[in-house]
Design a protein around this ligand. Structure first.
Ligand code: HEM
Ligand SMILES: [Cu+2]
Length: 630
């Protein structure tokens, strides 16, 4: 069989689209910031040139904008990896404060010099070499928001959804390529709007990624930026999801029955349905919050609200808890948006490197569906401490514990897949194995938190921070690394370096655990989350040392990511040529050239069987591509 090769000019054009889009995105973020430094009477010139630049960019749109799902996937990849680094840098600042809460500092120490350095860099955040408490609030708010909304969700859904869906189902592109393009192009403005908050009077949003009212309604313009940016991002997610659902239902190649879909596609399909059902609720809630913040309504402001000792006249009988219900009705399903695609990725990678069929394919699919349906019935487990009726609390406790069952089914199926396989410990496989094991720790600690009486103690402590980092870093992010290292050869036509990949994996795995595991101990010791300075509490007198150790490990964890960045860029140009199917895997994306040409397949492939036919008895090869007749 012959495969068309992407022409050089195609390739050059695609590189331009990816690089150009990133520059545009950086410009969008930088310009409002630069504007603040422009002297007053030059601002008119500055604004005029802004308009001109925008006009030029709109003129260049044919060059920058692409409707090819592969280019869009890669645009998402670079943008969200950039945001992952921004979120990571904010985490380093959080750890700087937690490791060395400022009053304890020795004038000669390295930490003291680090704070002095930060004072030069960000005088507003570190007045006289001490981190400002309100700046700390902005840090954890923006860290969480960036990681969840601009890194993990776009990496899992934007990158893998766009890149993999058409290729894996044997289609030439998405059902609505133009809509797809818009779904990417809403992301840079959303990021720019949220980050612009840092330059606003009073600084960026500071009420946590959960934006609980009434605090979130009383903060300045930075919070408004946050609300507007997240609404724009929600529109982008909804556009993407409509496209994914339509594409998977309508554009499957002949023979690609639903029960022959690879699990990455099943999980992205169900994820897209969750997005369609949950995200509009968040958008509605955010619009109400925006009205409360800017238009004098009081949906979430209770009567008699007192701020700084003053009774507020604007509140006319709203409900604080209404915000929490609306927020968690979106955000609990959203945690499955952040884990289901990673589960799908792991389910793709484990069989390839165990050279065995995926154990329990059908039960895997039903487990995903079960998680999606039940995911809408557990949201109030985030509100056990809000004074809810104990009977209601118990029913949410039970539904939360039940949802762990499909997660456990999936875990046992992954173990069944590995059992007696011929395991190949490649970099993607190592990340996939880390995903399974770390997700187990995350899931089990979720069960602790699900027990209402236990949660009343654990709620709002570092135990919860530990839980969410085991599921989101240990689970989602290791799944993302597994996916990037697995599909890099298909995306760019070259292999990543295995040695660098393994060093990055080992360091990330070790330092991740050193940073995150002690959080459970700290939580049980009573250390609250979102705390600026814990040194004033007698019961936390002994936690300074452990916090310092975590901070040092966090800096090492951050540095280890440089190895990934070096490997990524070096391999892009210097990596070994990948060929069509370097991992000898079955699904359809491995059939065309790497990278696949525009339109993916010269001829629509026909599918003859499921995606996990490895080591089929009686065959010479230990794999059997989906488009090859047995
Ligand atoms: C076995 C499955 C799980 C169970 C039983 C579970 C249970 C819980 C419970 C009860 C809480 C609330 C604790 C509190 O605030 O006091 C919680 C918090 C949280 N969970 Fe899970 N969880 C599970 C899986 C996941 C997954 C897969 C993710 C994301 C990928 C996730 C992300 C989060 C986050 C981000 C929070 C903290 C939210 C906040 O900022 O307050 N969980 N979990
Ligand atoms: Cu939840």
């Amino acid at each position: 069989m012959t495969h068309p090769h992407e022409t050089d000019s195609d390739r050059r054009r695609n590189i331009l689209k990816v690089v150009g889009s990133q520059l545009l995105f950086l410009a969008l973020f930088a310009l409002p910031g630069v504007g603040l430094w422009v002297p007053q009477h030059f601002r008119a010139i500055f604004v005029t040139s802004l308009v001109l630049v925008t006009a030029v960019l709109v003129g260049l749109r044919r060059i920058l904008f692409s409707t090819d799902h592969k280019v869009i996937g890669i645009q998402f990849l670079i943008t969200s990896l950039l945001m992952l680094s921004v979120g990571g840098l904010l985490a380093m600042l959080i750890r700087l404060q937690l490791g060395w809460p400022t009053h304890f500092m020795n004038e000669q120490s390295l930490a003291h010099r680090a704070f002095l350095f930060m004072e030069k860099l960000l005088p507003g955040g570190f007045p006289s070499g001490i981190m400002d408490a309100s700046f700390y609030n902005m840090l954890f708010t923006m860290h969480g928001s960036i990681m969840i909304f601009f890194a993990v969700i776009p990496l899992l859904v934007g990158v893998f959804g766009n890149y993999l869906i058409p290729l894996k189902i044997g289609a030439g592109d998405m059902a609505f390529p133009r809509l797809n393009m818009y779904s990417y192009w809403l992301v840079p403005p959303a990021i720019a709007i949220v980050l612009t908050g840092f330059f606003m009077q009073g600084g960026a949003a500071a009420s946590g990624w959960t934006a609980y009212a009434p605090l979130s309604t009383t903060l300045g313009p930075g919070q408004v930026c946050w609300i507007v940016g997240i609404i724009v991002l929600g529109a982008s997610s909804i556009m993407g999801a409509v496209n994914y659902v339509t594409t998977i239902i309508n554009l499957r190649a002949p023979g690609m029955h639903f029960f022959r879909l690879p699990l990455a596609i099943w999980s992205l399909f169900i994820t897209a349905i969750i997005v369609l059902m949950a995200t509009p609720v968040l958008a509605a809630a955010l619009i109400l919050l925006l009205l409360d913040t800017t238009a004098g309504t009081s949906f979430f402001l209770p009567p008699g609200l007192i701020i700084d000792g003053v009774v507020q006249s604007m509140s006319r009988g709203g409900q604080v808890l209404l915000w929490q219900h609306l927020f968690w009705f979106y955000s609990h399903p959203a945690v499955y948006i952040m884990i289901l695609p990673a589960m799908g990725i792991a389910s793709e990678i484990l069989p390839v490197f165990a050279r065995k069929p995926l154990f329990g394919y059908h039960s895997m699919v039903y487990a995903i569906m079960g998680i999606a349906v039940m995911g809408f019935m557990v949201w109030a487990h985030h509100m056990f401490a809000s004074g809810m009726n104990p009977t209601l609390g118990t029913s949410f406790m039970v539904s939360t514990m039940v949802i762990a069952v499909p997660s456990a089914i999936k875990t046992f199926n992954w173990l069944g897949t590995l059992w007696r396989g011929s395991i190949r410990l490649t970099t993607p496989m190592l990340h996939a194995l880390a995903f399974v094991s770390m997700f187990v720790i995350g899931g089990l600690t979720g069960i602790f938190a699900a027990a209402t009486p236990v949660d009343l103690y654990l709620h709002d402590t570092y135990f919860i921070v530990g839980h969410l980092h085991y599921v989101l870093f240990g689970g989602s992010l290791f799944g993302i690394f597994a996916g990037i290292t697995f599909w890099f050869p298909k995306m760019f036509g070259r292999m990543l370096n295995e040695t660098l990949g393994k060093i990055h994996f080992v360091l990330t795995f070790i330092f991740f655990n050193v940073v995150m595991f002690p959080m459970f101990i700290l939580g049980i010791a009573g250390m609250p989350r979102r705390i600026y300075d814990y040194t004033g509490y007698a019961h936390l007198a002994h936690v300074g040392g452990i916090n310092r150790m975590m901070s040092v490990a966090a800096f090492c964890l951050g540095m280890a990511q440089l190895i990934f960045a070096i490997n990524f860029f070096w391999s892009l140009f210097r990596g070994k040529e990948a060929g069509e199917n370097p991992w000898q895997a079955n699904p359809l994306e491995w059939m065309p050239a790497s990278p696949p040409p525009h339109g993916n397949f010269v001829q629509t492939p026909t599918v003859y069987h499921g995606p996990y036919e490895y080591s089929v008895p009686g065959r010479a090869d230990d794999w059997l591509p989906q488009h090859v007749k047995a």
